[in-house]
Design a protein. Structure first.
Length: 328
């Protein structure tokens, strides 16, 4: 399949359809591959600011404005006939997928750190990933299975993860004594409009993720996290300074640094390396400077995985939605 000319946006949609959505969301894969070959639609998307052209955001905005999962023709019609409404949604909102399933792939490294923990999430969205100690986990793999529940009993949020290799699965959940996050546009779990947008960001076929998101929102509404509105490079140091000194500070992020310029990524890495405690990144392999070079195994086949790293050193490949972990 050849995208139109050397169009950068066409290449982005082709890559999304081929490497990210294929095998995970056939609807989004079809849509993205069709957009990549549609000059008229591409011109509309090109009229958006560069940071707003992402397939996830454009597709979510279309769905927010009534487009149902299905053939590309319906999406195309909406992007051409209802462009003003979709464009307004794209400009007003952001891709803030708050995938709690990622806590399952973070858990082995969180539990292995000196306890208790002070968690600081960068790009926290609604902060649902700040509660790894409140969820139940079921790990399965060739060597058997492991079930972990919070001390008070089974959580309404259960995260299932398939493991490969020999990750240091914990005997108990980490102890979290402080949790906070920062985001350019933090979302309030008590805001029904914000929660509806989070639901729209979940890919069409992923009903399990939608149910899990709803359960996590209900759980976190009982004790909403501290969220600060700030750019990550401007806010992370100050927020880290508010963490208790008798707990291990853990700065972590998932699917965040890909949206930064190369200069801002470098600056962020310098900042977090200078903080006390530990830094956990769960990003595309080239979204964090120098981390890809520390990987000791090839990425698994299938949709493009994330690379999990502790203090800049890769320890595992992970499924972007937390469904699987390939330990190095």
């Amino acid at each position: 399949m050849n995208p139109v000319g050397e169009h950068a946006t066409a290449r982005e949609y082709l890559d999304f359809g081929d490497r990210h959505a294929r095998g995970s969301s056939e609807c989004f894969s079809r849509w993205a591959l069709a957009v990549a070959e549609d000059p008229e639609v591409l011109r509309r998307i090109e009229s958006l600011p560069t940071a707003k052209r992402q397939p996830n955001l454009v597709f979510a905005a279309a769905r927010w404005n009534g487009v149902r999962p299905g053939p590309y023709d319906a999406l195309r019609t909406a992007l051409l006939d209802d462009w003003d409404a979709i464009r307004d949604t794209v400009l007003a909102r952001a891709t803030q997928t708050n995938e709690v399933g990622r806590c399952a792939t973070l858990l082995p490294v969180l539990a292995a750190l000196p306890q208790p923990l002070a968690l600081l999430e960068v790009g926290a969205s609604a902060g649902l990933c700040l509660y790894p100690d409140r969820y139940s986990y079921r790990f399965t793999g060739p060597s058997g299975s492991l079930a972990l529940d919070p001390p008070g009993g089974r959580s309404p949020v259960r995260l299932d993860c398939e493991v490969h290799g020999r990750p240091p699965l914990p005997e108990r959940l980490p102890e979290v004594v402080w949790r906070a996050g920062l985001d350019l546009n933090p979302l309030d779990v008590r805001d029904d409009d914000a929660v509806a947008w989070l639901q729209t960001l979940v890919w069409p076929e992923h009903e399990d993720r939608r149910r899990r998101l709803a359960a996590a929102v209900e759980l976190v509404r009982a004790e909403p996290p501290t969220l600060v509105r700030a750019d990550l490079n401007d806010g992370v140091r100050d927020l880290a300074g508010a963490a208790p000194t008798d707990a291990t500070l853990v700065v972590f992020h998932s699917a965040v640094t890909a949206y930064l310029s190369a200069v801002d990524r470098e600056r962020f890495v310098r900042t977090v390396r200078g903080l006390p405690g530990h830094w956990i990144s769960n990003e595309g392999p080239h979204a964090v400077p120098d981390v890809a070079g520390t990987a000791t195994s090839e990425p698994p086949a299938g949709p493009a995985p994330f690379l999990l790293a502790v203090d800049g050193r890769a320890v595992a490949w992970t499924d972007g939605h937390g469904r699987a972990l390939w330990w190095m």
